[in-house]
Ligand binder design. Structure first.
Ligand code: SF4
Length: 283
């Protein structure tokens, strides 16, 4: 059985020292090992941004896609080869701005993949502009007078869109994050895990200390029930979305691929797709 070290490759990440994305990479590698995967059983698909580099840093199949389009690629991969464990990953700009249409429809489609969003509330790769996750009043080069638009609440949108697995974590909490990624991989259907991942270079407001001060771990809330969608929505609204842990899980709904009538029982990867020259001539 592979250890988490076997999910490492020899590519050195070029994230800034201290970037939260390092811990997310480590959590994915640990979770993959903990659920018993081998590197050839995992595919990591990413979008564009600092976070998008992650698909090249893990010893598994990797696909570095285009901006906001990790999810269509990841869903296609899963439908073509249901034996693969597919993780899609990207930043808040990637998934909640240009890619938001794909995100909402992937949530309601419920293909069995895990989507990890590295949420630093800013665009890091393009050197610090306001993202849909930035707070009102947030000053950057693109909003020198402070952001005017309201902050997007992606987990509330996910619940309203029929999500079957919604979780949130903090890159500093490797134990919780690893456990949530394991649970997301094992969940039947689309699992969304939003991870607060500080950008130490461009976001001087939402720092490690800021998150530690504002985050409420659901483990500390008595009688919280992650199978209760109304409770999940209420808690997100009450806290401004600053809760971490398993927020909501619906274990009853089957995944998309298990509900499509007539969908091939045998994954494409198991089928003999080669045709002979004689068969080709008859096409
Ligand atoms: Fe991380 Fe920000 Fe550096 Fe990008 S710019 S690698 S998000 S710290």
């Amino acid at each position: 059985m592979a250890t988490f070290k076997e999910f490492r490759n020899n590519v050195k990440p070029n994230w800034c020292p201290g970037c939260g994305d390092f811990s997310i990479q480590a959590a994915i590698q640990r979770a993959a090992a903990n659920v018993g995967l081998e590197p050839e059983q995992l595919a990591v698909v990413s979008g564009i941004g600092c976070s998008g580099r992650i698909s090249g840093y893990i010893n598994a199949y990797g696909f570095h896609g285009i901006h906001g389009r990790a999810l269509p690629i990841a869903q296609g991969l899963k439908l073509a080869n249901r034996d693969l464990t597919v993780i899609a990953s990207g930043g808040d700009g990637d998934g909640f701005a240009i890619g938001m249409g794909h995100t909402v429809h992937a949530i309601r489609r419920n293909v069995n993949i895990t989507y990890i969003v590295m949420d630093n509330q800013i665009y890091g790769l393009t050197k610090g502009q306001t993202s849909p996750r930035s707070a009102v009043g947030f000053k950057t080069k693109s909003t020198p007078e402070g952001a005017i638009e309201s902050t997007l609440s992606p987990l509330e949108i996910a619940l309203a869109s029929g999500a079957t697995f919604v979780a949130q974590s903090f890159s500093s909490d490797l134990k919780q994050l690893t456990a949530l990624i394991e649970a997301g991989i094992q969940h039947e259907g689309f699992s969304l895990i939003n991870v607060f991942s500080p950008c130490v270079t461009f976001n001087k407001i939402n720092t490690y200390d800021w998150f530690k001060e504002h985050i409420i771990n659901l483990d500390t809330i008595e009688n919280y029930d992650p199978s209760n969608r109304v409770m999940a929505m209420t808690k997100l609204m009450e806290t401004g979305g600053m809760i971490t842990g398993l927020i909501y899980q619906d274990t009853a709904r089957r995944s998309y691929e298990n509900l499509v009538p007539g969908f091939r029982e045998e994954p494409l990867a198991h089928q003999n797709l080669q045709i002979t020259p004689e068969q080709f001539d008859q096409l």
